[in-house]
Design a protein around this ligand. Structure first.
Ligand SMILES: O[C@H]1[C@H](O)[C@@H](O)[C@H](O)[C@@H](O)[C@H]1O
Length: 619
């Protein structure tokens, strides 16, 4: 009967019996020859990390770019498409959410594909799917082909979203892993930013602009496909699949003149031990659930991804245009460019995350980010609350031919929360006058169903009324705007990238594909849930209520991370499992590397560690 791993006590790294020690023991039997770094001096990591690993990270992260581009570009494309193809609200919703839905399905299926075909083939497959879907979208003759294209692109995004972080984590040296995996998230937000710029640039081409917007993603997809024809498979996957020589060759290629023997031994020992421990096969997910440390890792991984989406990032990104309209930006074109500024903020602050991840570690970065995100959400909510309390009254009640609900509202707030109505008003400086609540046009939310000319009749010459759909004019918009900027500045370095980074490193090799598939699936499922429910939540709780709700969820996330997220910085992937040996919610407190950054050096078959205080800062 095999020993249950969750019954094993938590062992400090380097103690006899830890993975590291087992790897060192295994090293004594190594066939590869004496280690080159056995002098007792820590290896000069910066000098010996070859550029090739950055090339690998770049080509892989193009998958992140496509993820960001394809999810980001659709809002701008939809503005043109809904007019060109006369799309109903249902079709618009379908075209937007089908991609995210398809990504959820393919991320879940990606686990099996990853284990079976390997990371490299999966990335090749994803870039092929992206290219094919992109061509289809660019040439689409009608909305049905568009829908099929969007689903195909979504399938690519799902596979890429779970494979790329795993691949980067598996090829990176431990001291750079966090930074390189976080670059994938940087590429996601970079993709969203470029998409918003492309949306802005091509919005002037009202005829065919959407074809360029949707089709341009083919370029990075083809670049990634070509690159990966020449790039190697992950050495860890190769070893797991018995291709030992190939694995060693790849390790030598990606580590340059560094000593690869210890890493090779460590992976090999880990694979062998896993084979013994998880002998018997069966469904990997069931094995994960019945094995304490991996079950706990899965809870942490999925919890992080769930809370990332429950923090409302995609609502805030999507809603930024409306927030800007509240702040007085009334021109459509100007709003599009300012929305690009929002995604630029998200991008720039993700860069801060790349810089911080190896300096402060995943845990502190996530905690700090959550704290700031929660406070910014509260500020956003207060901004919306103040705006609601000073909501301008309806002063003009035109006769409603259809007796719609719009005629019942006395102020802008309930009127704008009703998806069937909009607020029509005149403005003198910040003073609102001659305002009414009228039904929105069935085909487009850009104008009212009727009554515009009737209203115009009453208004002063030369001044046309402003049509506000989804927002109310307010003098507290600056509070909301500040909340928005602070939100992005805090979310982007931590809660944006860390769920992806942490998931790429917390599972043992046998559970890595499935663990990442599940957590990426959770991310996509909550992405759909939050974006589809936002307007309904706002209808019941009002905007400030919705943002207070997100604030509460971020507070829960903070407790979750505080209790359950261990620090993985600087550890070899094979050692991370040891962090989950203890109780789930003691991870933060009992992490063996807490306040201690372990650095191992092999000396003639035995090992010891240098602490951070000595000479091994990972910067
Ligand atoms: O990490 C990413 C990033 O933060 C994006 O901005 C967001 O749109 C995604 O949903 C998220 O997974």
């Amino acid at each position: 009967v095999s020993r249950r791993a969750d019954e094993r006590p938590l062992k400090p790294m380097g103690e006899p019996g830890s993975r590291r020690q087992r790897a060192a023991d295994h090293g004594e039997r190594s066939l590869i020859g004496p280690p080159s770094g056995a002098s007792g001096e820590p290896p000069d990591r910066d000098a010996s990390t070859p550029g090739f690993v950055y090339v690998l990270a770049f080509f892989s992260a193009l998958g992140g770019f496509l993820f960001g581009y394809d999810t980001g570009v659709v809002s701008g494309a939809m503005l043109l498409l809904k007019r060109r193809m006369n799309l109903s609200a249902l079709w618009q919703e379908l075209l937007v959410s089908s991609t995210v839905g398809a990504a959820a399905v393919s991320a879940l299926a990606g686990g099996v594909l990853n284990g079976w075909l390997g990371r490299r083939i999966c990335i090749l497959l994803a870039s092929f799917i992206f290219s094919f879907g992109g061509v289809m979208l660019a040439l689409a003759p009608d909305k049905v082909v568009l829908l099929v294209g969007r689903i195909i692109v979504g399938l690519g995004i799902g596979i890429a979203s779970m494979t790329v972080p795993v691949y980067i984590a598996e090829v990176s040296p431990p001291h750079l892993r966090g930074q390189l995996v976080t670059i994938n998230s940087l590429f996601i937000t970079g993709g969203q930013f470029i998409a918003s710029v492309i949306d802005g640039a091509f919005s002037y081409l009202s005829e065919d602009g959407w074809r360029y917007m949707l089709g341009l993603s083919v370029l990075p997809a083809v670049l990634q496909f070509l690159g990966f024809i020449f790039l190697p498979e992950s050495p860890r996957w190769l070893l797991q699949n018995g291709q030992n020589q190939e694995s060693l060759q790849v390790l030598r290629r990606i580590r340059g003149d560094q000593n690869v023997e210890e890493e090779y031994d460590s992976i090999k020992a880990s694979v062998e031990e896993e084979e013994r421990e998880v002998r018997g096969g069966g469904v990997v997910l069931l094995r994960i659930l019945s094995h304490g440390p991996t079950r706990r890792a899965l809870i942490v991984g999925c919890g992080l991804q769930m809370f990332q989406q429950l923090s409302g990032i995609n609502t805030v990104m999507y809603y930024s245009a409306t927030i800007l309209q509240m702040a007085g930006v009334r021109d459509d074109k100007e709003a599009i460019w300012l929305a690009a500024a929002t995604s630029a903020t998200n991008f720039v602050f993700t860069l801060v995350g790349v810089w911080l991840v190896e300096r402060v570690g995943r845990r502190k970065l996530t905690l700090g980010s959550l704290l700031g995100t929660g406070l910014s959400l509260a500020l956003l909510a207060v901004g919306f609350l103040l705006s609601a309390q000073s909501s301008p009254p309806v002063t003009f009640h035109p006769v409603d031919p259809n007796n719609s609900t719009c005629r019942l509202y006395e102020s802008c707030e309930p009127c704008m929360l009703d998806p069937g109505c909009g607020f029509c008003f005149q403005e003198n400086g910040t003073k609102v006058f001659e305002s009414s609540c009228v039904p929105v046009h069935q085909a487009s939310t850009d104008h009212a169903a009727w009554g515009r000319s009737e209203l115009l009749f009453d208004f002063k010459e030369g001044k046309s009324p402003i049509w506000a759909y989804n927002y109310c004019p307010t003098s507290y918009s600056w509070v909301v705007l500040m909340g928005l900027i602070l939100y992005l500045a805090f979310f982007a370095p931590g809660m944006g990238p860390m769920p992806w980074t942490v998931n790429s490193e917390i599972y043992p090799l046998w559970a890595r594909s499935t663990g990442n598939a599940c957590s990426a699936g959770v991310n996509w499922i909550f992405n759909v849930l939050v974006s589809l429910t936002f307007l309904h939540v706002a209808e019941y709780l009002s905007y400030y209520g919705a943002f207070f709700l997100y604030t509460g969820l971020v507070f829960l996330a903070l407790l979750f991370v505080l209790g359950c997220l261990p620090e993985t910085r600087g550890l070899q992937l094979e050692d991370v499992e040891d962090l989950f040996m203890g109780q789930l919610c003691s991870c933060g407190a009992s992490s063996p590397t807490h306040n201690r950054h372990v650095h191992y050096i092999r000396v003639k078959g035995s090992n010891y560690f240098h602490s951070d205080d000595e000479n091994s800062d990972a910067d």
